[in-house]
Design a protein around this ligand. Sequence first.
Ligand SMILES: Nc1ncnc2c1ncn2[C@@H]1O[C@H](COP(=O)(O)OP(=O)(O)OP(=O)(O)O)[C@@H](O)[C@H]1O
Ligand SMILES: [Mg+2]
Length: 499
Amino acid sequence: MRQKITNYIRAGYSGLYLVSAEEQRVEAELKAIADQLEFNLYVWSTTSGLIGVSKPSSRECNDPLEALITFNELPEKTICVLRDFHLFLADPNPILIRQLKDVLQDAKTKNKTIIVLGCRLCLPPELEREFTVLEFALPNKEQLSRVIDGIIESAELKPLEDDVRDSVLDAASGLTTMEAENAFALSVVEKRHLSPALIAKEKAQAVKKNGLLEIVEAKESLESIGGLDLLKDWLVQRKGAFSKKAAEYGLPTPKGVLILGIPGTGKSLTAKAVASVFDVPLLKLDAGRIFAGLVGQSEANLRSVIQTAEAIAPAVLWIDELEKGFAGSKSSGATDGGTSARVFGSFISWMQEKKSPVFVVATANDVSQLPPEMLRKGRFDEMFFVDLPSQSEREAIWGIQIAKYRRDPKEFDCVQLARATDGFTGSEIESAFIDSLYLAFGNEKEPTDLVIARVLNDYVPLSKLKAEQIGSLRNWSQGRARPGTSPEQNERKLRKLAA
Ligand SMILES: Nc1ncnc2c1ncn2[C@@H]1O[C@H](COP(=O)(O)OP(=O)(O)OP(=O)(O)O)[C@@H](O)[C@H]1O
Ligand SMILES: [Mg+2]
């Protein structure tokens, strides 16, 4: 990053826009650059005016317009950081815009650079061409390691063993320097040492703050999923894909998987299990919230999600109900000035080009809502279709659900229960069992096959109500997506073959 900014300044770029929530770290970096280039560094804020950093000085020009005029008077070879200036650009006044353009024009000939520093991108169209936008990446492990050294020294802690240091670094990656410092300090106050678990918890809180990403503690493993043998095999095969060994072997990092299918068939469940297969953190993205109100905000949201995911990587990025987030992108031009289409485009190109070990698991019910580009080969490593569970799959699901609610599956006839629930999804089997528990509890008894049979009598599965929709999804997926279940496990197909 330092090299890149240095090059821009040396090449005479007069307007840079650095997006970062870490003022201190960015300014320290800029100070180093200014020193190296022998430039003067000034920092402006509306509260303290224009302060000279390289040669201490101070001018009272708290108004942004005044600041620009003062900048114009500064000598050649000057870098000036404008803190929070983006806030004046959110609803800009025409005079400020004109002044900024004039100043940038003039600066170009004099080796002067204005750097707008803000936590988000906010540029009116009039200035889009005047500024080069740079996303200041979150601190990498090396930088976080220095923060650890700092805290060890100041809190007089014992030096860390290598493996402990690694887990502390894993726990802290994805945090800003300041957030990491805070988390480390809290850990020292509460535990007298650096506790990866506590730091990870603080990170979960920090990541959640913008409402886009959430670190999910998933307890689900492949054993929690009944059936879906092909999907599971595929995942297990990629188990070690993020390891050093895999990289040395030359395996390309997997991009991700798209799981399509009928509601309640275990798509979200599988997504959660993926993180435990890979043994990496699970990040859940609320795709609907990417599209926030302000102009430019959606793009910034997506960038911040990608940045955090890449900093935490290796990680699984789970996008549940993909169609809800990206539905707008099909007809977007007409409705939102193309924002959804643009954001969607950036997402797709990130998927395509990403080198970082972020495995995307996307789930969707309604493919007709999804833009066709999303489904094209090469976006995801594989697309799976999850159908209604077969007889043997339902047997497995009954067993799993009964055990989940602390009853012994051996006390039940899972084969018969599976026969009685032909056309049920896994989620419906679960809810039928919960109903049975309630019924038995009301009668102060334990649930039995008989109690379940009574509940099933009144139960109409979704597949009966929505037969047509399910049929069309099934048709669509044929030849396009791989089935999650092998033919051997799927008697419906076997019956068809026999006929
Ligand atoms: N194959 C399965 N094995 C075990 N449990 C299952 C299975 N499928 C569904 N379930 C149960 O149903 C619950 C709901 O399933 P899940 O949320 O994964 O469905 P989904 O496919 O994501 O549905 P939707 O499309 O509505 O989001 C799960 O938490 C699990 O308890
Ligand atoms: Mg789901």
